[in-house]
Design a protein around this ligand. Structure first.
Ligand code: PGA
Length: 245
């Protein structure tokens, strides 16, 4: 059984005060019908871990592709586990586009995250051009191919895939539930070609302008197991609306 997961990616937003407001808002909502995770910027991770309590997971938005040493400005996965974070986003389209992260880097980071006991939320998704030329599924397949060939079945138990069409991120334009479901089904088929039980157990999140108003329809699709939420995760009421959907 796959339990719905709603992941709030705060990106480079928030402050100490907002971290407190957002976490206490989620805490005060009591029992939610899904797993909930928040991904604050690095400086607020420890604060978030303390404020989150037992029911909300806290993760980082990125990690280094090395274990330790002379990598100025980088943060290693074992530092994240050391402060109580349990998840990390890897290969977000903003990292791929703005910071040149390749599928190879994504694989290295994913491996390190898993080795440090973290759940890796690996992001994939096509650009508008790639979708228009009919290549959405092929792009996603390429982005997943190294993970599929290199990670063990046990490794995969610590992986969540977030399908985020680049054209839907932060644009207000959401993929239709049918468009999203089609790519999710494709991803699940890729997993199934490797191992049926892996396909049945791996959570696939949709990301890209998820809001309280469109979450229920997206999450009701057969292969969509929750949401990867950017902008709407910075508003407690909106985020809780998505969790309740
Ligand atoms: P958005 O971002 O919800 O603001 O579109 C999604 C994401 O980048 O994870």
């Amino acid at each position: 059984m796959r339990r719905t997961l709603v992941a709030g990616n705060w990106k480079m937003n928030a402050s100490r005060a907002q971290t407190e407001t957002l976490l206490s808002g989620i805490r005060d909502a009591g029992d939610l019908p899904c797993d909930v995770a928040v991904f604050p910027p690095y400086p607020y991770l420890s604060q978030a871990v303390e404020a989150a309590g037992a029911t909300v997971s806290v993760g980082a938005q990125n990690c280094a592709d090395q274990t330790s040493g002379a990598y100025t400005g980088e943060v290693a996965c074992d530092m994240l586990s050391d402060i109580g974070a349990s998840m990390v986003i890897i290969g977000h389209s903003e990292r791929r586009t703005l910071y040149g992260e390749t599928d190879d880097v994504v694989l290295r980071k994913t491996r390190l995250a898993i080795d440090c006991g973290l759940t890796a939320v690996v992001c994939v998704g096509e650009t508008l051009e790639q979708r228009k030329s009919g290549n959405a599924e092929a792009v996603v397949k390429t982005q997943l191919s190294l993970l599929l060939s290199e990670l063990s079945d046990t490794d995969w138990q610590s992986v969540v895939i977030a399908y985020e069409p680049v054209w839907a991120i932060g644009t207000g334009e959401t993929a239709t539930p049918e468009q999203a479901q089609a790519v999710h089904a494709h991803i699940r088929a890729l997993l199934a070609a490797r191992n049926e039980s892996l396909a049945a157990s791996t959570r696939l999140l949709y990301g890209g302008s998820v809001k309280a108003a469109n979450a229920a329809e997206l999450f009701s699709q057969q292969d969509i197991d929750g949401g990867h939420v950017g902008g709407a995760s910075l508003d407690v009421a909106e985020f809780l609306g998505i969790c309740r959907a």
